[in-house]
Design a protein around this ligand. Structure first.
Ligand SMILES: [Zn+2]
Length: 400
């Protein structure tokens, strides 16, 4: 296994250098060579990351302060003599190196950086194939995790606009090896000063609404300058064009937002492909949202159901409901927010329920909320009724 990794690291480093030596200064190259020497790449079992929806996410690699760790399962399961398997492992290593290279000059750019790291890995690998005279039809189109796909789509949409100014490849280099400030300034010149807000949002943890902001920036650009969408669909030859083979649903939505009239007459017959892609994506996203919400509702019903429970179990369930609700209120991630929304849909008075329950707990009156509860058919309404009665009687005691 160690031998496998050693070989893949060597390939990854050589691919990165092969691409960068034509595109960055020799000073920058020295820094990157130093990084390769000083940043070990190790194998370890990377623990699964359990989210509150019990969705398991498994990272193939992680870059930490002084080293890169590649998941042992991926290394073990890779047969380096199979090109596609080799490409996936090499891509993982390049992706992690991309984080390390960027960290020489910049802060972590969250999901925007993840999208760029994937695209950079793909570009390195395909550039090497091109230089080694491999046929272009064997260009790699690497697999991407579901969570990163959305950001790759945004990055590819942005790159396609930059391509109109022959800046796409250069700006990948700028983002990975250069400086955020320069990257941002060039994008602002092309997409307008508003790009700064987009860049700040997408480079932070709080990036859930970034796509709609980028769509509005790009559609404004198209209204002003039009867009060569014909080449997007027709010419797929060459390394740079390969960047757009996967397509970008963000770009499709932006073209539709700009409208067919924003395009030059010879471009208009290609509009329908973008419209189709945008409609299909909207349907998929709607279905994803619905199944996501259904999953959350089922989790809530299952976890906080009172049926068939003893009095002690019912008490624990009420306590769980209130403490989970508080826990989610203190988190800013998408799952927690979705849970809160659904909890509030299912228990409209949950905030009041929680506050009064906590108050009764402090006064050690909390066990009394289950007095006279019908264990054959316990309901939150009944418990809430008891909670309110208890609070009322306490308040009237205080007044007396
Ligand atoms: Zn990453």
């Amino acid at each position: 296994m160690k031998e496998n990794l050693k070989q893949a690291i060597k390939v990854a480093q050589s691919y990165i250098l092969l691409l960068l030596e034509e595109n960055i200064t020799s000073e920058q190259l020295v820094k990157i060579n130093n990084l390769f020497q000083n940043c070990p790449v190790e194998v370890a079992e990377i623990p699964k990351n359990q989210t509150i929806l019990s969705r398991c996410t498994q990272a193939a690699g992680i870059a930490i302060k002084d080293k890169i760790i590649i998941d042992a399962r991926q290394v073990r399961n890779t047969n380096l003599t199979l090109e596609s398997e080799k490409d996936e492992l090499v891509a993982t290593i390049i992706h992690e190196y991309a984080h390390k290279i960027r960290s020489l000059n910049n802060n972590f750019g969250h999901n925007f950086e993840e999208g760029f790291a994937n695209i950079f890995a793909e570009l390195c690998i395909n550039n090497a194939k091109l230089k080694n005279n491999t046929k272009q039809d064997s260009f790699s189109s690497l697999q991407t995790s579901y969570d990163y796909r959305k950001y790759e789509s945004e990055v590819r949409a942005l790159l396609y606009i930059l391509k109109q100014h022959h800046l796409d490849k250069q700006m990948i280099m700028e983002y990975i090896t250069g400086e955020d400030l320069k990257f941002k300034n060039i994008c602002e010149q092309i997409l307008g000063a508003e790009f700064a807000s987009y860049f700040a949002m997408v480079s932070s943890r709080n990036n859930a609404n970034s796509e709609s902001l980028l769509i509005s920036l790009i559609s404004e650009y198209i209204k002003k300058h039009g867009l060569d969408i014909k080449s997007y669909w027709i010419s797929k030859e060459g390394l740079e064009n390969n960047l757009y083979v996967k397509g970008s649903t963000t770009l499709a939505k932006a073209v539709v937002a700009a409208g067919i009239d924003a395009l030059a007459p010879e471009q208009q017959e290609y509009y329908k492909y973008f419209a189709y892609s945008a409609t299909e994506t909207a349907k998929e996203e709607q279905a994803d949202t619905e199944s996501y919400v259904a999953n959350i509702r089922a989790t809530i019903i299952n976890k906080y159901s009172l049926n068939g429970k003893t009095q002690a179990e019912i008490y624990d369930t009420v306590l769980d409901l209130c403490s989970d609700y508080i826990l989610y209120q203190n988190q800013d991630n998408k799952d927690a927010q979705a849970f809160i929304k659904e909890m509030e849909n299912m228990f409209p008075k949950i905030e009041d329920f929680k506050q009064k329950f906590i108050m009764l707990r402090r006064l050690r009156k909390d066990k009394e909320i289950l007095a006279n509860i019908d264990l054959n058919n316990p309901t939150y309404e009944e418990i809430y009724y008891n909670i309110n009665s208890l609070v009322d009687s306490l308040e009237s005691n205080i007044i007396r």
